[in-house]
Design a binder for this molecule. Structure first.
Ligand code: GLU
Length: 298
């Protein structure tokens, strides 16, 4: 994908308002794209109604706009893409890459703990379900060959999906499409060349690259940004009661996110309007200045 024009994306889940950590991720992916004259797309990952909060999607969009983080084209909603995910599921089944599984998470943990080998396969269901046994989920067979990932910040890695990932779910027990499946189908559909997201999703990369290979999809580059954590080392999130980012103070918020990303802005920028800060940040963006380790945000 060397000569393909850069296309990046920010892909929030509408499970709550943006907090400092998610604003920083949005800003990192925005700056990576704009500094390479690339496009920056917005994908709303509204694929999990039980976890979603009414109004959160619009709230996220308003917060991005308040920070002048303007995306290209219309917002892309995963809830409108279910037939594309069904097609991918059908392809995986047709080509023998997936299988119906009866195991609960607890059963799998038990299988793993009683297993002597490192393999994370669930042999019983892999060979086909006995007659009369109901399918809970659909899983993808993890491969025995290593996957090559060259993360811009975290360097090269060669995980073995069979050992480190196991056979992972592409259709959940509640019938919903799984995040990994939707993400790879949409990254390919949207022509994403580089995925810039939080390091909490580092573990998602091997199954996603494996799926790209099985589905014959293009393989974007990856850059996993450090995570903002609280004083207990927990990722800022709705679960850890991270406060919503204040829309009234976009300049100081952007300035703080730039500092977090190691970009060393001139302190005078802190009081400038968002456009001035963003212009400076695009012109000076340097991925080598990012500290890849998680950092505490007061
Ligand atoms: N929707 C995911 C989240 O909010 C991000 C997915 C991605 O960037 O691949 O954590």
């Amino acid at each position: 994908m060397k000569n393909t024009p850069y296309r990046g994306r920010f892909a929030p889940s509408p499970t709550g308002p943006l907090h400092f950590g998610s604003l920083m991720t949005a800003m990192g992916s925005y700056l990576a794209a704009r500094s390479q004259n690339g496009q920056w797309l917005l994908r709303m990952e509204d694929l999990d109604p039980p976890r979603e909060i009414a109004g959160a999607a619009d709230d996220i969009l308003h917060t991005l706009e308040a920070h002048h983080l303007h995306w290209d084209g219309p917002v892309f909603y995963q809830s409108q893409r279910l037939s594309a995910y069904d097609d991918a599921l059908a392809q995986l089944a047709r080509e023998g890459h997936s299988f119906p599984c009866r195991c609960t998470r607890k059963a799998i943990a038990e299988q793993r703990s009683t297993r002597s080998s490192q393999a994370a396969h669930f042999d019983a269901c892999r060979e086909g379900l006995p007659e009369g046994i109901a399918t809970r989920t659909v899983r993808v067979r993890s491969g025995d060959t290593p996957i090559h990932i060259d993360d811009i910040l975290h360097g090269p890695q060669e995980p073995y999906p069979s050992r480190e990932v196991g056979d992972f779910i592409v259709r959940r027990a509640d019938g919903l499409h799984a995040y990994h499946l939707a993400a790879v189908v949409d990254d390919a559909h949207q022509g994403i060349t580089e995925i810039v997201r939080g390091a909490d999703l580092l573990d998602c990369t091997p199954p996603q690259v494996h799926l790209q290979q099985l589905l014959g999809l293009q393989h974007p580059r990856y850059c996993h940004l450090p995570i903002a954590v609280n004083s207990r080392g927990e990722k800022l999130s709705k679960q850890t009661h991270a406060p919503a980012i204040a829309r009234q103070t976009p300049g100081p918020n952007l300035y703080q996110a730039l500092c977090f990303l190691g970009q060393m802005p001139n302190p005078a920028l802190a009081n400038e309007p968002p456009d001035t800060i963003l212009r400076w940040a695009v012109a000076h963006w340097n991925v080598n200045n990012i500290n890849k380790h998680n950092q505490v945000v007061a």
